[in-house]
Design a binder for this molecule. Structure first.
Ligand code: ASP
Length: 424
């Protein structure tokens, strides 16, 4: 389904749920049906989330094997990508720490329960208490973690299994292929659950109507504005400045060269769909050699999503406030790490970050209902963050060409930034 239509359906569903919740609450049969819709949707999400996270993380680690094969180029690429992603989340979390206009209004009053999900204790006071709480959640056997929807346990197991596989599996092993196929199956399952969103949203909004006040709308809009500002800060100031410093080029000139793919990313909300345009731009505008661009850009479209990471970190803090959850130091660190991981695992498609978002939310005790609230503003924000995701990949390709490219088949120099079609 066209994502624009889908967004419209979700908004209409929310409006419909709101009308029903305001004027038709005394019809018992209606309440029963809407309660059923809500439970079915949330259960479907819970059904797919554990295998989705588990297999997509292992699959992502197996993908990294490719970067190991290209030695220095892989190491430099990973280091740059992970560093800029960490900076993006730090900016997002730093901004929400100081700018949170929504906290002038009260959190939601009727809090849904978080039952059925194993949480870390975000309120452990002492350092040893924090570490004990983390260790207890992380170090469990994979079956228990999957069955309890213990997100930290699932993530730890997936990382450990993926890493072990990376170390011992021979090059010709069939296992990575099987894991990739299972991951695709879990994506398909998730896409079915996503189709149920409009129905689920009617039920959720109906039940939340008491809190779906104008206050909540205002809170959502201010949150969207703050995310927009932080994304702009990262995309217009930080990334071009960092890239410009390394490749010795004026930041605004660098940004100007990326306009076309960023526009395509903005309109498609998909890093993957923008890849061909990014490839052409890296070649023509940035003078990135074929060996670097054919490795760095596809990898970037898969694992490097600065805009997504920034959004996920900020959204978790915002929703924690709305649902009255104190994140504390452990919660904030958990959000930081999981937002990083979630952005690495998110597919480069419209709203591709939503599955990872659930992982971040569940781990700190924010109920899945929060996703429904986020959906109302998710699509417009996806346009900007995808543009920044693609910008990050392209600046990364220029930086990596500069640092490692010439030794691995690339054939451009920083001064050749001004020489389109140099690599041909
Ligand atoms: N739409 C984003 C991308 O393709 C992923 C996301 O943040 O949902 O890069």
């Amino acid at each position: 389904m066209q994502s624009r239509w889908f967004t419209l359906f979700v908004i209409l569903a929310a409006a419909f749920g709101w009308v029903l919740g305001n004027w038709f609450t005394d019809i018992e049969a209606l309440a029963g049906v809407l309660g059923f819709l809500k439970t079915t949707f949330l259960s479907a999400l819970k059904m797919v989330i554990a295998p989705l996270i588990f297999f997509s993380l292992i699959s992502g680690i197996f993908n990294l094997k490719e970067s190991g094969r290209v030695g220095r180029l892989g190491a430099v690429t990973l280091t740059w990508y992970l560093s800029t992603t960490a900076i993006a989340i730090a900016i997002g979390l730093g901004v929400v720490l100081f700018v949170h206009p929504w906290s002038a209004m009260p959190p939601l009053s009727d809090l849904p329960s978080t039952s059925g999900v194993t949480l870390i204790d975000t309120q452990s006071g002492s350092v040893s208490g924090i570490l004990r709480s983390l260790a207890e959640s992380m170090l469990v056997n994979p079956f228990t973690a999957l069955a309890d929807l213990n997100i930290l346990g699932i993530v730890t197991n997936a990382l450990a299994i993926g890493l072990a596989g990376l170390l011992i599996l021979p090059r010709e092993s069939a296992i990575p292929g099987v894991v990739h196929e299972i991951t695709r199956i879990t994506y398909k399952l998730a896409s079915w659950a996503v189709l149920m969103i409009p129905l689920g949203v009617i039920g959720i909004v109906y039940e939340m109507t008491s809190s779906m006040s104008l206050d909540l709308l205002e809170q959502l809009l201010t949150f969207a504005a703050v995310v927009f500002g932080a994304t702009l800060l990262h995309g217009v100031v930080v990334l071009p400045l960092l890239g410009g410093l390394v490749i010795r080029c004026a930041p605004w000139d660098l940004l100007r060269r990326l306009t076309q793919p960023m526009m395509v990313a903005f309109t498609t909300s998909s890093s993957a769909a923008t890849l061909p345009v990014s490839m052409a731009c890296a070649e023509r505008e940035l003078g990135v050699g074929p060996s670097v661009r054919s490795f760095v850009l596809p990898l970037g479209a898969t694992i490097n999503m600065d805009g997504t990471a920034l959004f996920e970190g900020m959204a978790a803090v915002f929703l924690a406030y709305l649902f009255g959850i104190e994140l504390g130091a452990v919660g904030t660190v958990t959000v930081f790490l999981l937002a990083m991981l979630a952005s690495v695992g998110a597919p480069g498609i419209p709203s591709g970050s939503l599955a990872g978002m659930q992982m971040v939310l569940l781990a700190v005790g924010i109920p899945l209902e929060a996703i429904a609230i986020l959906l109302l503003i998710e699509r417009p924000l996806d346009t900007f963050r995808t543009a920044v995701n693609v910008e990050g990949d392209l600046i990364g390709s220029a930086v990596i060409e500069h640092i490692a490219g010439r030794g691995s088949g690339g054939d451009a120099t920083p001064s050749e930034l001004h020489s389109p079609d140099k690599t041909q």
